[in-house]
Design a protein around this ligand. Structure first.
Ligand SMILES: NC(=O)c1ccc[n+]([C@@H]2O[C@H](COP(=O)([O-])OP(=O)(O)OC[C@H]3O[C@@H](n4cnc5c(N)ncnc54)[C@H](O)[C@@H]3O)[C@@H](O)[C@H]2O)c1
Ligand SMILES: CC(=O)N[C@@H]1[C@@H](OP(=O)(O)OP(=O)(O)OC[C@H]2O[C@@H](n3ccc(=O)[nH]c3=O)[C@H](O)[C@@H]2O)O[C@H](CO)[C@@H](O)[C@@H]1O
Length: 431
């Protein structure tokens, strides 16, 4: 068993540190955020993930996991820090990776292994992290091992997928890859495959998420086409998928989360060839606008209306609102210039958007004006189901009909039984 210092105690770093600790490694969990460290030391996990709290408690109680205030020397350093996309420069923001790299360099010893798990543009491990680590005067590949091992766990099922998913390890040389494989072998049941180098591993991670994003864009375009033909999109996709070589994903209100809306852009970091991929991004980002079109179809001018958005987590049964389609919809609805389709009465310039209320049983964020279900929907002209939380499947249409002023439902996730809601007097538009 080894000593491991995990950098970043978020959605990826915390489960990884905990898994390693529960498989008998001695693990130091370091996060720059003092509040995160303090919560964890008290056994509180600062985000929603099934089973994680008990898993963390087990690791802390066994004393195999220690939350530390600083980076400590370790045989393995696993870097799981954020890599946001800078919308203005259209580039990956690698500041956190650089800063973690500088902290590792201070403690790096001959024979150690540094693994970057954060999702990054191709070439980052060798071209950005490597030189920072070499400021320690040790040489990557010769004196220490340097590897990219992308993380592919699905939020909501992280603990299971950490064990079961296949892993791809790309090292700056064979010795580096072998060292990382030894660490992952200690807890991974899936296959561990070695890429030719770190850049290949980075590229593979990005094309996996891009594949999913482009497939969802196809589903979204199909849904909009289907509506023009009066065809039920989800039923049609279901039938199409009965072909052995067709597997279309589900349409929805847009693609959210920390990965799919960002990672495809990373492929454009060292190339100007994004075409289909950037079109897919535009289609997915355009889905809140399409929902506004549907609302206008049913309600006409949206000024003075009240729209209740149910679900602002980026997907069902999680509490994460990063790049949430529901929140994008709320923002776009509140922009005065979209409240009126055309300035036929000069209204666009003076218009104010509709009132927007939001409800989400999984999100606890005091910066959002969240309401309980009844408060959010009372007096609403329309509701939009923007996330497929389990709770929404059992919404009672008769309750909603009694509370709401209007009768319009936009079900962007296929979460409701349209016929049951129609029987309760609703006009249901589905994506
Ligand atoms: N969330 C996912 O589903 C997922 C899946 C696969 C890959 N990834 C990738 O993994 C990386 C981490 O994502 P996440 O969702 O865990 O992020 P997160 O924001 O949940 O957690 C990152 C943590 O790192 C801490 N941090 C920032 N700089 C640090 C530093 N220099 N040293 C130590 N800690 C530092 C932050 O305080 C934060 O707590 C990203 O590159 C992301 O794209 C995420
Ligand atoms: C290749 C892959 O599987 N990658 C996964 C992905 O995890 P994720 O949680 O971000 O992924 P999704 O569940 O796909 O959700 C994203 C958004 O797409 C919407 N959506 C989804 C399916 C669909 O049919 N129609 C949709 O509209 C959904 O509502 C949500 O807004 O990236 C992680 C980080 O890299 C990976 O680790 C993880 O393996």
């Amino acid at each position: 068993m080894s000593t491991v210092c995990v950098h970043g105690m978020g959605y990826i770093g915390l489960p990884t540190a905990t898994m390693l600790a529960n498989y008998d490694h001695r693990v130091f969990g370091y996060d720059t955020d003092a509040e995160v460290r303090s919560k964890l030391r008290n056994g509180n996990v600062h985000f929603e993930e099934p089973g994680l709290r008990a898993f963390v408690t087990q690791a802390l109680e066994s004393e195999q996991l220690e939350i530390t205030d600083e980076v400590l020397p370790a045989k393995y350093h696993v870097i799981c820090v954020p890599t946001p996309f800078d919308e203005e420069s259209k580039e990956a923001d690698l500041a956190y990776v650089r800063s973690a790299g500088r902290a590792v360099a201070e403690h790096l010893r001959r024979g150690d292994t540094v693994i970057l798990e954060s999702t990054v543009p191709p070439g980052t491990t060798e071209g950005v992290l490597g030189p920072i680590l070499e400021e320690s005067s040790l040489s990557a590949g010769d004196d220490f091992s340097l590897v990219h091992c992308p993380e592919t766990v699905l939020p909501g099922n992280i603990i299971t997928e950490l064990r079961e998913n296949n892993r791809i390890v790309g090292g700056v040389n064979a010795v580096s890859a072998e060292s990382a494989v030894r660490l992952y072998e200690s807890f991974v049941d899936g296959d561990i495959r070695t890429a030719t180098d770190a850049t290949v591993a980075e590229f593979v991670k990005l094309i996996q998420n891009t594949f999913r994003d482009v497939n969802i864009a196809l589903a979204n375009e199909i849904a909009m086409l289907a509506d023009d033909y009066g065809v039920d999109a989800r039923g049609a996709i279901d039938l199409a998928n009965s072909h052995p070589r067709v597997d279309i994903l589900q349409p929805g209100p847009g693609v959210g989360g920390h990965c799919l809306p960002i990672d495809p852009w990373f492929l454009g970091d060292g190339s100007d060839r994004l075409d289909l991929i950037s079109t897919a991004r535009r289609i997915n980002d355009g889905m809140p606008g399409y929902i506004i079109e549907l609302l206008r179809d049913e309600l006409g001018d949206l000024r003075g209306r009240t729209i209740a958005i149910l679900g602002v987590a980026y997907k069902g049964d999680v509490g994460d609102t990063r790049m949430s389609p529901g929140l994008a919809l709320a923002t776009q609805l509140q922009r005065a210039d979209i409240a009126q389709p055309a300035a036929t009465d000069g209204g666009a310039e003076t218009a104010s958007g509709p009132a927007v209320t939001i409800h989400d049983p999984h999100v606890a964020d005091s910066t959002l004006n969240l309401s309980d279900l009844k408060t959010a929907t009372t007096g609403a002209d329309a509701i939009v189901i923007a996330t497929d939380h389990d709770e929404f499947e059992s919404l009672d249409p008769d309750d909603l009909r009694a509370w709401m002023a209007g009768d319009v439902v936009i079900d962007a996730k296929g979460a409701l039984s349209a016929s049951a809601w129609q029987r309760s007097g609703f006009t249901v538009r589905c994506i």
